[in-house]
Design a protein around this ligand. Structure first.
Ligand code: NAD
Ligand code: MG
Length: 381
């Protein structure tokens, strides 16, 4: 029995992970479930999966959650961000699935690594912000970081068995989002509701907006750089509207290996849990006769966030951290109609120029840079 801790169990990734765990209840047990605000759903999940503990990050919901679970005294109830850092260290836990959204994932991920837990990484912001620190810690504590992001799982699945064979190039696919064919003029007026209609994936609100701006793909370039140790100039983004080829790897003999399938996040989640084994998974199967597979070059002038992500890697240090913080601010503002769609890139770019550059940031520097960049971005709204 593998004991799993899910950070962010009420979200899109979290609920799909619980579906996987339910289908393989002979192998996986839930040790801990956590959420930020949705305490009622968290209580329902706890009632069903009977974890040893639940954590609600927002302390305001502690009493209400405790009341809902009053008849289940075996389930410990905790609250607050610090409780997340502590719970991931619990001795029985084998794997921590980081399925919470944003910068808040950084601290519990570091704690989990230091407690030598296998990391199933969905929270890409952690690697965007502090990829160097996370990779150094993972090496130091001999911890595996298994990708859950579909593209990175595809890359990972493509290099399994390749040993020391060098990656010549990564082909990172992108759906292109709902505004792929829009002109800049059309993009100027789009609202959150338009951006939340993703053509191929059903995901949480924050990442869906990031997908529409292609900041998500920029983040994934950074994520791939750290996970696979490949420089950004060897990571090529391909717009592939069908989301069937989940990404590919080219080797030095020109051979290209890809992983294909219908868009279903349960496969990468399950593969991270079961690696190196493959387990059965119900659901749709790929029918290659149904549609053509198309690939296009991304338009970096229209999707400036993608260009800025490459720029942030080139500048290095805390610049990706600054970019992430500014993006979290404008992403939320756009969802609440306080920022225009194209204005998001303007504010991120200006924040990247104005925030203090640190070439070799420590953990405390990342915390400070995140706060400074948020202040700068907020001031421009
Ligand atoms: P979501 O918004 O659906 O769920 C987020 C979860 O995190 C919720 O359970 C929420 O309660 C919790 N949470 C949010 N803020 C928190 C905080 N400050 N402290 C503690 N918990 C908090 O998001 P999602 O779509 O499931 O995405 C989760 C992560 O996985 C993100 O980093 C995203 O980029 C990544 N990811 C998601 C998908 C997808 O298909 N949804 C694919 C690839 C990667
Ligand atoms: Mg992805």
């Amino acid at each position: 029995m593998k004991q799993i801790c899910i950070l962010g169990s009420t979200g899109s990734i979290g609920t799909q992970a619980l579906d996987v765990i339910e289908q393989h209840s002979d192998r996986y047990e839930v040790y801990c479930l956590t959420a930020n605000n949705r305490y009622e759903m968290l209580a329902e999940q706890a009632r069903k999966f009977r974890p040893a503990a639940v954590v609600i990050a927002n302390k305001a919901h502690y009493e209400a959650l405790k009341l809902l679970l009053a008849d289940l005294p075996d389930i410990k109830v905790y609250a607050g961000a610090k409780a997340l850092d502590e719970i991931v260290e619990a001795q029985p836990i084998d794997m921590v699935l980081t399925a919470m959204v944003g910068f808040a994932g950084l601290s519990p991920t570091i704690h989990a690594i230091k407690a030598r837990k296998t990391i199933c990484l969905a929270n890409k912001e952690t690697l965007v912000v502090a990829g160097d620190l996370i990779c150094r810690l993972a090496a130091e504590y001999h911890v595996n970081i298994l990708p859950v992001d579909s593209e990175h799982s595809a890359i990972f699945q493509s290099i399994v068995g390749e040993g020391d064979n060098e990656i010549e190039k990564i082909l990172l696919t992108a759906s292109g989002g709902p505004f792929r064919k829009f002109t800049l003029d059309q993009m100027r007026d789009v609202k959150a509701a338009d951006a939340l209609r993703h053509p191929t994936w059903d995901m949480g609100a924050k990442i869906t907006i990031d997908s529409a701006s292609m900041m998500n793909k920029g983040f994934e370039v950074i994520e791939a750089k750290w996970l696979f140790g490949v420089e950004a100039d060897k990571i090529q983004v391909l717009v592939h509207p069908q989301s069937i080829v989940h990404s590919a790897v080219q080797f030095r003999d020109g051979g290209v290996k890809a992983q294909l399938g219908v868009p279903d996040m349960r496969l990468p989640i399950q593969y991270a849990f079961s690696f190196p084994e493959r387990l059965p998974l119900n659901g749709d199967r790929l029918d290659l006769f149904r549609q053509p597979l198309e690939f296009f070059e991304p338009d970096m002038e229209k999707f400036r966030c993608l260009a800025m992500a490459y720029e942030s890697i080139r500048r290095g240090g805390n610049v990706p951290c600054i970019m992430n913080a500014a993006n979290e601010v404008v992403n939320e503002a756009f969802r609440h109609d306080r920022c225009g769609f194209l204005q998001m890139a303007d504010i991120i770019e200006a924040t990247m120029q104005r925030a203090t550059f640190i070439a070799q940031p420590t953990y405390d520097d990342y915390i400070a840079s995140d706060a400074e960049a948020r202040r700068i971005a907020e001031s421009m709204l």
